[in-house]
Design a protein around this ligand. Structure first.
Ligand SMILES: C[S@@+](CC[C@H](N)C(=O)[O-])C[C@H]1O[C@@H](n2cnc3c(N)ncnc32)[C@H](O)[C@@H]1O
Length: 367
C-alpha cells in the first residue's frame, strides 16, 4: 500500500520508497531527536544565560536567542529543515511528472454537482503571497495557468508525510473533533448553509458534507489551484460543494446568509490585522443563531511550560509561519468580540480528539 492514497495522483514504486524514507527521517527528527533538546535547554542554554544575566529566560524569545548558539540545536534545526525540503521535493517530483495528466483528470466535463468560481483579480494578502508557508514551493497563491492545480497537488502529496512525521494524525481526521464539538455545544443547530473558510485542497470539506447532509456547503480559499483540486475531488466523490476564490476578510456573500462558518488550521496562517476583519465578516454573513468556529493547533503559549513554549515556536522562525507565535500569544476573544459577537456567546477552548490529543476551537454564536 503506498503512503499516499489520492483519487488523481499516482505514486510509483520509487516515489513511494522516497516518501517512506522522508517520513522515517521526519519521525526520527521529531520523535527521537527533538525531545532530547530539553536536556540542552535545561543543562546548557539556561545555565549559560543565568550565568551571564543572573536570571532564567523570561520568555521564549530569550530562550531562542540562546538556543540558536547551541550546536545540538543547530544540527537538529538543520536536519529538520532538510527533511522538510525533502518532503516538498518528493511532493513536487510526483506532481510535475504527471502534471498534464493531472490537469486532464481534474478538468470536469459534463454535468457537475457543485460549482467553482475563481477570480484572477483577487488580491492575495501579503501574509500568504510574501511567504511560502511551511516551505510549500510557490505558496498557496501559486497559479501557473488557468487550469492549474499544482498548489493543490503539492498540498495533498505532502499531507501523507507532514502530520505523520510529527507523530500526529494517528487516525481520525481533525475535522471530526470540531464536528463533535459543534454538535455537542449547539445541539439545536441544524445548518442549512455552511461555509468552510480556507478549505485548501478540500481535505476537510467532505467531512462537513457528511456530518450535515441536509446542508448546502460553500467553501472558499485564496488559492485557485487549491480550489480546483478540491472541486475535482468533491465531484469525483459525487459531493455537491460550491467553491469560490475569496478572501475571508471580506467575502462577497450577502448579510445573514450562513448557519455555520468553520475553518480548520486557517487562522494561524493569517495576520493580526486580518483576524479582526475575518471575525467581522463572519459575523456579518452569519444568520442570527448561526455559529462561527475556527479550529487550530493547540498552542496556547501562556498555558505551556516554558520549554514547550520555546520548542513549539519553531515554526514561527524556521518554518515560514510568521503568525504562528503571535496568534497563540494573543487573546482571541478580543477580535471575536470586536467582530460583533457578544462576550457571553463566544468560546475559546481546547477540544479533545481522543486518543490523538487536543485541538483548539475559538468562535461564537451570533445572537
Ligand atoms: C493549512 S491550510 C487549511 C487546510 C484545510 N482547511 C484542511 O482542512 O485541509 C490554510 C488555507 O487557508 C487559506 N487562507 C489563508 N488566509 C485566507 C483568507 N484570508 N481567506 C481565505 N483563505 C485563506 C490558505 O490559502 C490555505 O489554503
Amino acid at each position: 500500500m503506498p503512503l499516499l492514497n489520492h483519487p488523481f495522483i499516482q505514486v510509483n514504486h520509487d516515489e513511494n520508497a522516497r516518501d517512506e524514507f522522508v517520513l522515517g527521517l521526519k519521525r526520527h527528527i521529531n520523535l527521537n531527536f527533538g525531545p532530547k533538546l530539553q536536556d540542552v535547554y535545561e543543562k546548557k542554554a539556561q545555565p549559560s544565560f543565568r550565568k551571564e544575566k543572573g536570571r532564567n529566560f523570561k520568555n521564549r524569545h530569550e530562550a531562542r536567542k540562546q538556543m540558536v548558539k547551541e550546536p545540538t540545536f543547530q544540527s537538529w534545526g538543520s536536519l529538520w529543515s532538510t527533511a522538510q525540503g525533502l518532503m516538498w521535493e518528493t511532493s513536487e517530483s510526483k506532481s510535475v511528472r504527471q502534471y498534464d495528466d493531472l490537469i486532464d483528470k481534474t478538468t470536469i466535463r459534463g454535468k457537475k454537482k457543485g460549482s467553482i468560481k475563481t477570480n484572477s483579480k483577487l488580491e492575495i494578502p501579503r501574509y500568504v503571497s510574501a511567504v511560502d508557508i511551511h516551505g510549500m514551493p510557490g505558496g498557496y497563491g501559486l497559479e501557473l495557468n488557468d487550469k492549474d492545480i499544482m498548489s493543490g497537488a503539492l498540498y495533498d502529496t505532502s499531507g501523507s508525510i507532514y502530520g505523520k512525521g510529527q507523530g500526529l494524525r494517528g487516525g481520525n481526521h481533525p475535522s471530526l473533533a470540531l464536528i463533535k464539538f459543534i454538535k455537542n455545544r449547539f445541539p439545536n443547530l441544524k445548518p442549512k448553509k455552511i461555509l468552510e473558510q480556507g478549505c485548501s485542497a478540500g481535505g476537510s470539506t467532505f467531512f462537513w458534507s457528511k456530518a450535515f447532509p441536509e446542508a448546502k456547503i460553500f467553501a472558499i480559499d485564496l488559492g485557485a489551484g487549491m480550489l480546483r483540486m478540491a472541486h475535482a475531488k468533491m465531484e469525483k466523490m459525487g459531493v455537491e460543494v460550491h467553491f469560490s476564490q475569496q478572501n475571508a476578510e471580506k467575502t462577497e456573500f450577502p448579510d445573514n446568509h450562513f448557519d455555520l462558518i468553520i475553518s480548520n488550521i486557517m487562522i494561524h496562517e493569517t495576520s493580526s490585522k486580518a483576524l479582526p476583519k475575518i471575525m467581522k465578516d463572519c459575523h456579518r454573513i452569519l444568520k442570527k443563531g448561526g455559529v462561527m468556529a475556527h479550529m487550530d493547533v493547540p498552542l496556547r503559549n501562556k498555558e505551556l511550560p516554558a520549554y514547550m513554549e520555546w520548542y513549539r515556536d519553531w515554526s514561527t522562525h524556521f518554518n515560514h509561519e510568521p503568525f504562528w507565535g503571535a496568534l497563540h500569544d494573543m487573546d482571541i476573544k478580543k477580535p471575536i468580540i470586536a467582530g460583533g459577537f457578544k462576550k457571553q456567546n463566544i468560546f475559546d477552548e481546547m477540544i479533545p480528539d481522543n486518543p490523538h490529543g487536543v485541538w483548539w476551537a475559538a468562535g461564537g454564536q451570533k445572537v
